[in-house]
Structure formats: C-alpha cells, structure tokens
Design a protein around this ligand. Structure first.
Ligand SMILES: O=C(O)CCC(=O)C(=O)O
Length: 311
C-alpha cells in the first residue's frame, strides 16, 4: 500500500510486488521522508538522534572508511525502492568482456604483466543506468531530496555536497544474479552511498580493504598483495535490506563476492560530489554502463579531478 502524505503530489507511477507487475494507475507517491525510518533517523529535523547518527558515521568513516546505518529505510522505503529496482533489473547492462582490472580500465602494455593494471578478474555484475529512473520514481525523488543531501553532507563532514551530474551513472542499481560477482576495484568518487534492496541468499558479500591507496600513492605492492589473496586487512560486511552504507571507495579497494544463492542481489547506489559539474570518464562510463552522452565527451576535453590517481 502506498503511503499518502501529500495529496497534491500526484504522479503516474508503476507498482510491482515481488517482481510481478500489479498495476499502472494514477496514484500518489509518498513523500521521500516516508521512505526513511524517521523514528530511528529523524534526518529532516535537528536534535540528538540526528546528531548521534552523524557522529556515529563520522567516527566509523574515520576509523576504516566505511559506515553503516542499519534499517535506515522504512518498510515502505524497502518495498517501493525494491519494486522499482525489480522492474528495471532486466534493463541492466552487462559488459561482454566479463573481466576488469582494479581501475575498471584498460591494460597498459608498457607495464609488467603482473602490474595491477594488467591483472584482470571476473566482473560479471550489471548496472541499471541512472537514466532508467525518471523524476517520478521514489528513488529519484529520494536522491533529489534536500534533507537527505544535508544529512549526508553532515555525515561526510563536507562543506558542500552536490548531486553527481553524470546522467548515466549518478543513481544506479548494481545487479548480481546467481553466480555473478564484482571484482576488486577502486571507485572514481571519493565516497559512495548505497542502500541494499535485496541481499543474496548466499555470498554476495561486500569486502573492502580500508585506505589501501592515498591521493599521492597508488600502493601497487599493497594492491598486488590483496589480488594475490592476502586477506590480512580484508573486512566483510553482511548488509541487510534497508541499510544505508557510506563508503570511501576511491581509497579502499573493494569487491562483492559471487552470489551463491537463487535471489538476485540488488543494491541502490547514489553518488554525490564535492564539486559541481563532474562526470565519469568516457572509457569507464562506456565500459560499466554501455553508453556515454555529450556531457561525457565535453568533460573529456576539460576533466575535473581532485587528484591524479588512476580511475
Ligand atoms: O554492490 C555493492 O555493494 C558495491 C558496489 C560497488 O562496489 C561499486 O559500485 O563500486
């Protein structure tokens, strides 16, 4: 049942339950706040519980580059965001190459064969692109909701936070069907915000190695050790549906282990940026999402980057 908070907010939307289309009807989309468990996380109002959540995230991020607010989404949020993801899951793009290096980029034949850049591992997950979510969807309305952005900005301790302007990848769903995996890699963004919508029955775990590289050092030896199976600093998180995860993926190597169960793992990823106007590189965007736009081609001529790290 869709919760109605503001009758003036009527839009057309499609509703699905457990993967089956129920109806397409004139309905009222709930307010973004109804997608969040605001009793537990009253993010739109000041006060101690909001301050405590902000402090908990900051402390966890400073400790190891990852923080989780369990049960951030309400039951309505879990249901509606999952329904939208299930509806779009068949549209996910899978790169036929099926393998990638830690930069999700090209090999470099001028480097040795055992350099991380030249080591390719299975990457079989897919992504539902941002342009599959129009402004009427619950996910897009939540992404654009100012109180969420303000809360995330406070949690991340940033002076400014902008919605990532990449029209192909700013809000996506990572799709991992049975047997699919996402190899060890770094992100282009300093931080990533995720919400698990549907876990794998088995496997599909998020693993990471905190702070493995820094803005001034790719730490190729450390990356090579992890690729060779060194698990000394590997941490594993078993996320639950509705959890909100903050993750400093530009510096922490991370992966999602193979999905060993029958259920498709679905994870909503929202990207934000400290600078306005940044978009992904042409190579990475094409490889991950299967398409680039005029914005990507224009940005390639004048890139906006905070550091000189490879992607
Ligand atoms: O699916 C996940 O938990 C993480 C996805 C991820 O690593 C990424 O999008 O960079």
């Amino acid at each position: 049942m869709v919760q109605i908070e503001n009758p003036s907010d009527s839009v057309l939307f499609s509703q699905r339950s457990a993967g089956r289309l129920r109806c397409r009807a004139m309905a009222t989309v709930c307010q973004p706040s109804a997608l969040i468990d605001t009793d537990r996380y009253p993010i739109a109002v000041g006060g101690r519980r909001r301050d405590d959540a902000v402090a908990a995230v900051r402390s966890a991020l400073a400790d190891d580059g990852c923080a989780v607010l369990p049960g951030f989404l309400s039951a309505t949020g879990c249901r509606e965001l999952l329904a939208e993801a299930v509806e779009r899951e068949p549209l996910a793009f899978y790169n036929p190459a099926n393998e990638a290096n830690v930069h999700l980029g090209d090999a470099d034949p001028s480097l040795p064969d055992d350099h991380p850049r030249n080591r390719f591992f299975s990457r079989t997950n897919g992504f539902v692109r941002a342009d599959e979510w129009d402004h009427t969807t619950h996910a897009r309305r939540l992404y654009d909701w100012q109180p969420l952005k303000d809360f995330l900005q406070d949690c991340l301790g940033k002076d400014e936070l902008h919605v990532y302007e990449d029209p192909v990848s700013n809000m996506i769903v990572n799709v991992q069907r049975t047997g699919q995996e996402f190899n060890w890699h770094f992100d282009t963004n300093e931080f990533t915000i995720t919400m698990l919508l549907q876990p794998a029955d088995e496997g599909g775990l998020f693993e990471y190695v905190p702070d493995l590289r820094s803005p001034l050092d790719e730490n190729e030896a450390g990356v090579t050790a992890v690729l060779n199976g060194d698990r000394t600093n590997v941490r594993t998180i078993d996320l639950r549906p509705g959890d909100l995860q903050f993750f400093l993926g530009r510096f922490s190597l991370h992966r999602v282990t193979p999905n060993g169960g029958a259920a498709t793992r679905l994870l909503l990823i929202m990207s934000f940026s400290e600078t306005s106007g940044s978009v992904g590189s042409v190579q990475r965007t094409r490889s991950l999402y299967g398409k680039v736009t005029e914005e990507h081609l224009a940005a390639a001529a004048a890139p906006v980057r905070a550091d000189a790290l490879l992607d």
